[in-house]
Design a protein around this ligand. Structure first.
Ligand code: ARG
Length: 579
């Protein structure tokens, strides 16, 4: 149990003993201001109001019943009825010692694991991945890692766009090039160029456009030869995405791909079910659901087209089919979507409709975790100098090159091999961290210099803090595993750091509940900053430090290092022993 849960339980018990009904919350949280203790319980005020008694007196009765023996050194009432809890140094020291050899760093595996389906990355396969795919891929991956760390059963779903009219165009192009004697793999070597070329043919050549449209029909009716070409296209395109995931240290694998095409056979069933329930109606030859729930200001219901005139299905139809699959076959308790904020209306329509049609049981949580746009230095969506989309592969290459130049300039005495490793981890880490550390829902400005800085809330700063602790251990000639589990807390700096380290599971709770990785970033930055203060105030390697003190401080340093490493790993960012 983490500190917050423990204290919450204790205060809750005291509240009940004070005669407060069980449904009143203790409102317990870490104190926001110094001088108000380490944690604060604010529940007395609301309870007193309902019970029509004096809040300070009620807070006193709660305190009289509060048993924090050995845990807190002081409790007090402040203001109108806040209860401030000051934790005892001894207790914090004991708790910190339990983290020394705990790979979970106090995060017990959850007692009731949920099945969580996470839909993320999900690029359209027609083109190369571009910067617009960065956020979904890395934010989703951070959540997946954190949920698994807590012990949930996570099912990744890469809902790639591998179906639809653009594939007719691409297949027509592929066939032309194969006829010209190119192997499919060769023709598709430059995915982006291939797409542009087929688009050009489609727009300019009437014959080609007609063939492309015929291919769509053939593809959808299961023509084997056309399906074969489509498979080839898909394979090359997916291979490209896998290379990006590898470079980005994103955990998505081939088996996580379940694209729009996987739901092809379910689409008529979805439409039939919606018609049968009287939800879908014919409108100008199309099948449409009008959602009153999402009506605009004038009261016009929000239309969702689920089948076009002529029979074609839409993005929303496959999302509805995917929801049925995720709840019925995958048995999800919670389904998270990491998609750009510009698709908020779409997701809202899909969720509303799925609930209405009872495709999704009431107890399944459907969550669209939207994010803002990555902007260039000019404050407009990030583009190349000539206004084109930036390929994710080139952005990542540039990150590694820039990191390599920085490392070379710093010249920390690394071998060539180490330099390559460090450049990779720092470059990719910097890009990811710069993104993950911003509040997900906001747009942010992409800035190379800021993200690669060794100062401030950046990946290099945190990676450096980690290597710094490793170098302390090298200098001390001690292995962390040799440390006796004996920790003492005697100074403010030790206490502040230890308390922070013990809050790791609380932070993860918030991260996975709200799907906000920036909360973890802020936390890790606090850990690194508190470590630097601790190291300044509490020398470890100096001669006059006695062995017990030195070992205790090494112990705290080790837990700090493990917390940084584990936390960064949950963000998909790697650490190294030297840099
Ligand atoms: N392929 C879509 C796009 O690139 C994103 C898919 C997101 N997931 C979903 N279930 N709709 O815009």
């Amino acid at each position: 149990m983490n500190i917050r849960e423990l204290l919450n339980q204790k205060v809750q018990q005291a509240m009940q003993a004070a005669g407060i009904p069980a449904d009143y919350s203790a409102h317990l949280a870490p104190s926001k201001k110094a001088g108000f203790g380490d944690y604060q319980a604010n529940g007395a005020m609301a309870a007193a109001k309902a019970m029509k008694t004096n809040p300070r007196e009620l807070a006193q009765t709660i305190l009289d019943n509060l048993d924090l023996d050995g845990i807190a050194e002081k409790t007090e009432i402040a203001g109108p009825g806040f209860i401030n809890i000051h934790l005892a140094d001894n207790w914090l020291a004991q708790q910190t010692a339990t983290l020394l050899n705990d790979p979970q760093l106090g995060q017990e595996k959850v007692a009731a694991p949920q099945t969580v389906v996470v839909d993320y990355s999900s690029p359209n396969l027609a083109k190369e991945m571009h910067v617009g795919h960065l956020r979904s891929s890395i934010i989703g991956d951070a959540l997946v890692r954190a949920l698994e760390f807590q012990g949930h059963r996570v099912i990744r779903q890469n809902h790639v766009g591998d179906w639809g009219t653009q594939f007719g165009m691409l297949i027509a192009e592929l066939e032309d090039q194969i006829e010209d004697g190119e192997a499919a793999e060769f023709a598709l070597k430059d995915l982006e160029g291939f797409y542009q070329q087929s688009k050009k043919h489609f727009d300019e050549d009437e014959d080609f456009a007609k063939r492309a449209r015929d291919y769509v029909v053939k593809l959808q009716s299961g023509d084997e030869r056309v399906l074969g070409l489509w498979e080839k296209f898909k394979r090359v395109s997916l291979h490209h995405s896998e290379e990006i995931y590898e470079q980005l240290n994103v955990t998505l694998k081939e088996e996580d791909v379940r694209g729009e095409s996987a739901y092809n056979d379910d689409l008529p069933k979805v439409v039939a079910a919606l018609k049968k329930q009287g939800l879908a109606v014919e409108d100008q030859g199309a099948q449409v659901v009008f959602l009153e729930e999402l009506a605009d200001k004038e009261g016009n219901p929000s239309p969702v087209i689920i089948q076009k005139q002529g029979g074609g299905y839409l993005y929303a139809t496959s999302d509805l089919a995917a929801l049925r699959y995720r709840t019925q076959s995958l048995q999800a308790d919670r389904i998270l979507y990491f998609i750009d904020a510009r698709q908020s209306l779409h997701m809202n329509q899909v969720f509303t409709l799925a609930r209405k049609a009872k495709f999704v049981p009431d107890n399944v949580s459907l969550e669209h975790h939207a994010f803002g746009t990555m902007m260039g230095p000019d404050g407009k969506p990030f583009k190349t100098r000539t206004g084109g989309t930036v390929k994710l592969a080139s952005l990542l290459d540039e990150a590694v090159e820039r990191a390599a130049a920085l490392i070379a300039a710093k010249d920390p005495g690394l071998s060539e091999e180490e330099k390559v490793e460090v450049a990779q981890k720092v470059g990719i880490g910097a890009v990811k961290y710069a993104d993950l550390s911003k509040t997900r829902t906001n747009d942010y400005i992409f800035n190379w210099d800021a993200m690669l800085s060794f100062e401030g809330n950046t990946a290099p700063y945190l990676q450096y803090a980690y290597t710094r602790i490793q170098s302390i251990f090298r200098k001390a000639g001690v292995k962390p595993t040799d440390l006796a589990a004996d920790i003492n807390i005697g100074t403010e700096a030790e206490k502040a750091l230890a308390l922070k380290l013990l809050q790791f599971p609380e932070v993860l709770d918030q991260v996975t509940r709200e799907a906000y990785p920036h909360v973890l970033c802020t936390y890790l930055y606090d850990v690194a900053s508190l470590f630097m203060k601790f190291y300044e105030a509490c020398p470890i390697l100096k001669k006059d430090v006695d062995t017990a003190t030195r070992n205790s401080r090494l112990g705290i340093a080790h837990v700090a290092a493990q917390t940084l490493k584990t936390g960064l790993d949950l963000l998909g960012i790697e650490t190294m022993e030297k840099m």
